[in-house]
Ligand binder design. Structure first.
Ligand code: SF4
Length: 298
């Protein structure tokens, strides 16, 4: 599997495919604190179809730019100036079941992390030694506890906590794992933002990350036999990440972006298409296609 995954990685883990991913928005900013804020907003609203995601994140960033502040500067001023008085900044934005009120709520939580710890990176670092499942759950537990404390309960929408799903709920936490991949890995695609904020003592290393499991990466992982689980939940994400450590023990989630491209670019479809599968780099190790009778040796 490693041989074939490495081929997919070499083909698709490249900047030329960046425009098909919300990570593109993070690349527009050089300051690590701006990257952190934009990364959170881009990752947490990365559900729904690609066009809708792009439109929502573009609109959020345009509204932030219209204030004359950088994203991190706006966050630092947010609670000082009474974020609720600025909530109109995102008025009219609707992303499926979230609205501008939820965007304002997120900025308030990011602002509180900044106020208490200096950055979201430093806040997360408090829990990093607990292992990813506990660290992410503890971090999100803090944010949920701050909702009433910051007076957000009646200001955010009823689906706000859908943005704050955690491993201890059993949730797959795809969007958080994707954000963490962007922040912790560093190469031509992943900016490694938190390495810059943590300095010489990184709180997390790439081998501690968990694969952001979505419908595409989950389905292809099942085809490759990386998991036998039918439900794509947190346990499945952990199991697939462990399996990927046989391919790269220090950096198992490096395959995420490339595997996701197969689904996002419609190169691997939910049903068997011989004309597509016969060209796929993964065919020699894809149990699904081979069960359907597709053949091609390595
Ligand atoms: S061989 Fe076909 S089904 Fe298997 S991963 Fe490739 S495109 Fe998808």
């Amino acid at each position: 599997v490693k041989v074939f995954l490495d081929r997919v990685y070499a083909t698709y883990h490249r900047k030329e495919w960046l425009s098909s991913d919300p990570l593109e928005f993070v690349h527009r900013y050089a300051d690590p604190l701006d990257q952190e804020v934009v990364g959170l907003l881009s990752a947490l609203f990365a559900y729904g179809n690609v066009i809708q995601i792009r439109r929502t994140v573009e609109t959020i960033l345009e509204r932030i730019t219209s204030t004359g502040q950088s994203p991190s500067h706006l966050v630092r001023l947010w609670n000082l100036k009474g974020g609720h008085s600025q909530a109109d900044l995102f008025k009219g934005i609707i992303h499926r079941f979230h609205t501008g009120r939820d965007i304002a709520g997120l900025l308030a939580l990011i602002a509180e992390s900044h106020k208490q710890y200096g950055s979201v990176a430093q806040h997360f670092a408090q829990y990093a030694s607990e292992g990813m499942s506990s660290a992410l759950s503890l971090f999100i537990r803090d944010w949920k506890a701050w909702i009433p404390k910051l007076g957000l309960s009646r200001r955010v929408g009823p689906q706000f906590t859908h943005l704050l799903s955690a491993p201890d709920d059993g949730s797959v936490c795809k969007r958080w794992c994707m954000f963490l991949r962007w922040m912790v890995r560093e190469d031509e695609l992943d900016p490694g933002t938190w390495k810059k904020l943590w300095g010489s003592a990184p709180a997390l290393t790439p081998d501690q990350l968990v694969l952001p499991l979505d419908t595409h990466t989950g389905r292809i992982s099942q085809y490759l036999g990386l998991t036998s689980r039918k439900s794509l939940n947190w346990k499945a994400a952990l199991e697939i990440t462990e399996a990927l450590k046989f391919c790269d023990p220090k950096d198992p989630v490096k395959y995420d972006f490339a595997l996701a491209r197969l689904g996002i670019l419609d190169l691997c479809q939910k049903r068997f298409r011989v004309e597509i599968c016969e060209k796929c780099e993964l065919l020699p190790v894809c149990r699904f296609a081979r069960a359907k009778g597709a053949t091609r040796s390595a």
